[in-house]
Write a protein that binds this ligand. Structure first.
Ligand code: ADP
Length: 464
């Protein structure tokens, strides 16, 4: 089986095909034109000869042409018309000049035309088996048809010329095809060389060295545009790769802190004999650290799942129950903290998505709102519709966020002012998880906030 053809081979084939088609077309056209001209010239010379015969000065204006006129005319015309055959007939069609070998036939039609005074051109078969072009022309004297002049030219020479021409084409067209294939092959190689070069340099780019870029030639052509596109893609890959590295380092760091604390506690406990109470205390604090590790591991898992994109089938999801669930969590977290969590205006709203993942976003927002709102403040959860968008808003009267940080807080492991988050136990993943879930649903998560003036987080989703 033949494998898929290379672009170069395909280009060459196409090119050759087109050139051969053009050559064939031009050849056929040239042949037809040549044939037309040859026949035209032949007919014109028949008229010339017949004209000379007809216009030979008559002895008596009313009498027929002399039968021995032919040798004279032949001498007059010269060698160019050497193979012309001529004869004179009377109006009845009887031969008056010397008998020709082969004799020229007089068709019924030609005679009828001649009697009406009109010449006739026809292609006839001579008795020798040869074909000839024959002109039959009447000669009038005194308003009467007195003679029929017949002049013929064998078609042998014209035919020969045409055959030669076809033979020449039969050699030249294949030669042209071979030459154009070779030319096409070279052209294709030239045209594709930049692509080859580009794939060579692309081969050198590895995951460790994403900072390399493909070279542009500065010609602003398709190849340059391809290089630009690939370079832009490399840029995005490089950024994503760097972010992944940063994320891995941050995650490792986050895991190490509780593990170190855990190990420290256990180590101290083991240093000397302790009372059962003391062991119990160490174990209890260890379990706290372990819980934190489990939470972190779960958050990491959730984040990685939602950044890959949600694979679960999408279903219509009612947002009102999600708001109620978030309200419930908020009320529970705010218990004894002096923060009032309530439900604002809501409208029935449905979006397409994965309910399991989607519920995490408002939960994380409410969790944060309660965390970062001091006693006496309030948190309001509401649901609005705007055209074909649905907005779930979590608004608090808490400590707010510096405008310079409003972008940063959505990145993983970013906690503003580590001191205030340390005791709240946040991993710095809550907003990152919420945002990637919302993005995976074709929505956006944005924040409006002022330091000391509270924050307003808005989940904007396309309505189902
Ligand atoms: P954390 O686990 O620390 O809460 P998040 O990703 O949920 O991590 O939030 C990142 C940071 O954004 C928090 O450390 C906090 O500084 C800030 N932040 C989040 N929500 C609020 C809010 N409602 N009010 C003020 N600051 C907030």
């Amino acid at each position: 089986m033949i494998g898929p053809l290379s672009i170069r081979a395909r280009l060459t084939l196409w090119y050759t095909g087109v050139v051969v088609a053009i050559l064939l077309l031009v050849s056929v056209a040239a042949y037809s034109l040549l044939r037309w001209h040859l026949y035209n010239d032949l007919d014109a010379s028949l008229f010339t000869v017949a004209g000379v015969l007809r216009d030979a000065p008559p002895v008596d204006p009313a009498s027929p042409l002399p039968p021995d006129l032919e040798p004279l005319v032949r001498e007059f015309l010269g060698s160019e018309f050497a193979d012309a055959l001529m004869q004179l007939l009377d109006p009845e069609g009887r031969l008056r000049s010397r008998a020709l070998r082969p004799a020229l036939p007089l068709s019924r039609e030609a005679r009828a035309n001649a009697l009406r005074g009109a010449p006739t051109l026809e292609t006839v078969d001579l008795t020798t088996g040869e074909q000839a072009r024959l002109l039959t022309m009447p000669v009038e004297h005194g308003g009467r048809i007195v003679d029929l002049v017949q002049v013929a030219m064998p078609l042998r020479r014209t035919r020969q010329t045409l055959v030669r021409y076809v033979e020449t084409l039969l050699v030249l067209v294949p030669l042209g095809a071979v030459l154009s294939a070779a030319g096409g092959w070279l052209l294709a190689r030239r045209a594709l060389r930049p692509v080859d070069r580009m794939s060579q340099s692309a081969l050198k780019i590895s995951a460790e060295d994403l900072s390399r870029r493909l070279e542009r030639r500065g010609t602003q052509d398709e190849i340059d545009r391809l290089a630009d596109t690939l370079n832009a893609m490399l840029g995005r890959l490089e950024a994503a790769f760097a972010e992944m590295q940063r994320f891995t380092a941050d995650a490792a760091h986050e895991l190490r802190t509780p593990l170190t604390a855990l190990r420290g506690g256990i180590e101290i406990a083991l240093r000397a004999e302790r009372s059962p109470d003391e062991y119990r205390r160490v174990l209890a604090s260890s379990i706290e650290e372990v819980d934190q590790l489990i939470r972190l591991a779960e958050d990491l898992l959730l984040l990685s799942r939602s950044t890959i994109g949600l694979t679960a089938a999408r279903h219509p999801v009612e947002l009102e129950p999600l708001c109620l669930e978030a309200l419930e969590l908020g009320v529970r977290l705010a218990k004894g903290k002096g923060v009032n969590v309530s439900l604002g205006a809501t409208v029935p709203a449905v979006v397409q998505g994965d309910a399991g993942a989607l519920r995490r976003a408002p939960l994380n927002l409410v969790d944060n709102a309660v965390k970062y709102t001091p006693a006496g403040g309030s948190v309001v959860i509401s649901l609005e519709r705007a055209g074909d968008r649905v907005r779930l808003v979590v608004e608090d009267t808490g400590i707010g966020i510096d405008p310079a940080d409003t972008r940063r807080i959505f990145e993983p492991f970013v906690r503003l002012d580590a001191g205030r988050s340390r005791d709240t136990g946040g991993s710095g993943l809550g907003l990152a998880i919420a945002r990637s879930i919302v993005l995976a649903h074709g929505g956006t998560l944005e924040v409006q906030s002022r330091p000391g003036g509270g924050s307003r987080f808005t989940i904007d989703l396309p309505a189902a």
